[in-house]
Design a protein around this ligand. Structure first.
Ligand SMILES: [Zn+2]
Length: 309
């Protein structure tokens, strides 16, 4: 069985007509997961309501984000909506939905550490572009970095690795974790591409960052040796007690926002590589904007997990 954490409330973060990061992304994934042959092995779970852990969640949020950023998101939502930057809308319910997304990622940490098996968080808004002091690139709060900090508060968790295979560099995640020796961050991302960060020369304060810029047009034939020779050794050497995957699926060939040429099944192989490191993997949705590719890629990820669970 694989736990999938999801709520219809995640559809209430409204981004407006024609915005690629739209509620239909989640609807397409849920529809595909309910139809695929092994759907009986999915355990659907609702996230813990924010009010049940409001105080501890806010304390955690404030460890990662400045109060001014948190207040800015709340204030824009309360006044009826607006923008954090040109492409990052905040709708009236976005603040509450973003907090629920954080709660879902925290539930994912608890599930993975509790049963030693992978789990998948199907939440939005995504998070990996959100920095300490600002949201950007469709992201409000840094879900993956917050989840890593949450895991590290547990007595037997000493190290957390984050693998970010979204096609864009997770500038926010890196900025938040690169000075923390207990968190490693590895990103494969198209270069050049938004947001323009993620140089291979950056290694973090503790050699805990590995950026792997990929040329436009790269296929699995390019990705596979990089996974085998760089990604897996880096993550294995770090010996994480938990692996968090910032699972964006916008490196697909059909994705409209980038120019990498992966196929949905390739994410199944990425997942198999990760499972060689540890079964304790939390997958959390980041990008992915071509709905058929996105939903097929999530199915491929989960099918690989089911092979070992
Ligand atoms: Zn992306």
């Amino acid at each position: 069985m694989i736990s999938v954490i999801y709520s219809d409330e995640f559809l209430e973060h409204k981004t407006g007509m024609l915005h690629p990061e739209r509620p239909e992304r989640l609807t397409a994934i849920v529809t595909a997961l309910k139809a695929f042959p092994n759907n009986g092995q999915l355990q659907w779970q609702s996230p813990t309501p924010v009010q049940q852990r409001h105080s501890s969640l806010m304390t955690l949020l404030q460890k990662v984000h400045s109060s001014s950023h948190i207040e800015a998101v709340a204030e824009i939502a309360n006044r009826g909506g607006g923008y954090l930057d040109g492409d990052t809308p905040v709708s009236p319910k976005s603040y509450n939905v973003a907090l629920l997304a954080v709660s879902a990622w925290l539930d994912g940490v608890d599930l993975v550490l509790g049963n030693g098996k992978p789990a998948f968080v199907l939440a939005r808004p995504p998070g990996h572009h959100a920095e300490t002091k600002r949201g950007m690139g469709f992201c409000l709060f840094s879900n993956a970095a917050i989840a890593a900090h949450y895991a590290l508060e547990k007595p037997d968790i000493n190290k957390v690795a984050i693998l970010d295979w979204d096609v864009h560099h997770g500038n926010g995640t890196q900025e938040i974790v690169e000075t923390n020796e207990n968190i490693a961050y590895c990103s494969l991302h198209q270069s050049p591409c938004y947001p323009g960060t993620g140089s291979g020369n950056e290694h973090g304060s503790y050699n805990n960052v590995l950026n792997l810029p990929m040329s436009p047009g790269s296929t699995m034939a390019i990705y596979q040796p990089i996974f085998e020779q760089k990604v897996i050794p880096f993550l294995t050497n770090f010996q994480p007690d938990l692996l968090i995957v910032s699972a964006g699926y916008d490196a697909n060939h059909d994705d409209p926002l980038a120019s990498i040429s992966l196929q949905p099944k390739d994410y199944g192989l990425f997942t198999e590589y990760c499972l060689q490191i540890t079964p304790k993997i939390l997958f959390g949705l980041e990008g992915g904007y071509d709905l058929p590719s996105l939903s097929q890629s999530v199915v491929a990820t989960i099918e690989s997990c089911l092979q070992v669970s």
